[in-house]
Design a protein around this ligand. Sequence first.
Ligand code: ADP
Ligand code: MG
Ligand code: MG
Length: 513
Amino acid sequence: MPADSSPGYPPELSPEEERYLVTNVKDWSIAHGLAVRPAPSFVESSQDPAGVLATTAPVTLFPSLFPHTCFEQGLAIQKAYNELYSAIARDEEWLQEIVKELIEIDDFVGKLWQTHLAVKEAGYVQDLSLGLFRSDYMVHSDSSGSGTSLGLKQVEFNTIASSFGGLSSQVSNLHKYLLTVDAYPPSATAIIKPDSLRQSNSTSSLAQGLAVAHKAYGQSRTGRTLCVLFVVQEPERNVFDQRHLEYALLEESGVCSFRLPFHQTLLHTKLESDRTLLYSPPNSPSYLYEVTTVYFRAGYSPDDYPKEEDWRARLHLEKSRAIKCPSILTHLAGCKKVQQVLATPHSPHLKRFLSDDGVASHVLATFAPIYPLDDSEAGKEAIRLATHPETANRYVLKPQREGGGNNTYRKAIPQFLKDLPQTHWPAYILMEMIEPPPLRNIIFRNGEVQRGGVICELGVYGVCLWRNGSGKNAPGEVLHNWEAGYLLRTKGDQSEEGGVAAGFGAVDSCCLV
Ligand code: ADP
Ligand code: MG
Ligand code: MG
């Protein structure tokens, strides 16, 4: 870039220019399903008792400027990341070492591990696993060498419920449309050229991932119609993001899918004696479908398991013959602790999973420094850094959780740790804050226009279908592996968190510079 080289971007808009732009965004978004259900705080339930209302998803009015080389770097490395995480998910012994440290102090991770052990005891009957992954990055400017170089640093790797693939394709279409209808003033179109806008094909590409799993499942064992099951939260504001995948799966691959609220799992599904998973839709309970693939868009948060019955539901699905996206071991591979262990300098771990040195070095280049908070040498140093406000200011503290809103940032870390029994500290990792170069944009959320400094987070989707194998005589293998488009999320630079669904960010697309 660097970002400062485009100080006039996005340009000032006259009231007429802003009105024209916003009108186009509002109408195009609803017409194309770039939408979410309104927040309860936004619409009183008495105004929408039937829950029919939808509103525009938070979006940026302009595509954010993003360095071309970093974008290509993120896309190019995705297949290696898919391979890495599928190999981790296949290595129970290695994962157990990691999880061992956590199970005593983190109930949620403990429950997931116990669920895996219970399935193992009964015997896994499905050898295939599907990953719809998303690797998240920020641009990092490194001024340690001669001059400043830009590179991507990984924020985290998501193995479960990687969201916004459906809306991401739509926002790149929106920005292209705005360019086409001259909604951008001339000073902006000097920068936003048609070939600098990058289309994300994530909807279609992720749906194809579900389709290959569905096909790989094979013939129906019961003679019933085959389907894919989306296991979801309820209520779900981000429902259209998921619907885009369902509709693409049907329209592009002819595969029928159903939405099952996670807490209704035991009510609407059952296992045959050979553990084939059957689903009965609530509208015709006597009709049964055979489930080929369970796609979890729920189950990643302790909040999804308010009752013991919910853990029985997870076990029930995991035991089934359906292909899981993700399997429980793949879910566990996404723990932030795994990311920290991989990032340990000079560790043998990356080499264990990526045999090609060249590939491993490209992956390694995307790791930011991450430390454990345990009694290892690195852990002691990290504890020293994290317990003093001046040094803690460069870090973020993360538990083994997903979905946003779980981290503690910078100066708040020492007090947070003070309030936490020291025996629980190893359940967290300490990560250096990535500090991207300054950028500006305009976010349109809940009908309001917010202009200012922003921070962008690039997510790259990956699809991977693999066979787990069973030991030396039948080793596992990757059957399909591709990069599946991208997501750009943009938040105001005053907010540490970036989640769109959590209410902090907006969906965006890349204008490569
Ligand atoms: P989650 O799984 O809950 O999404 P993340 O690790 O992605 O957890 O953290 C949530 C948000 O916190 C990110 O989207 C990003 O905005 C911010 N964040 C996390 N790690 C870093 C980091 N190392 N540097 C800067 N921001 C970070
Ligand atoms: Mg995550
Ligand atoms: Mg995240």
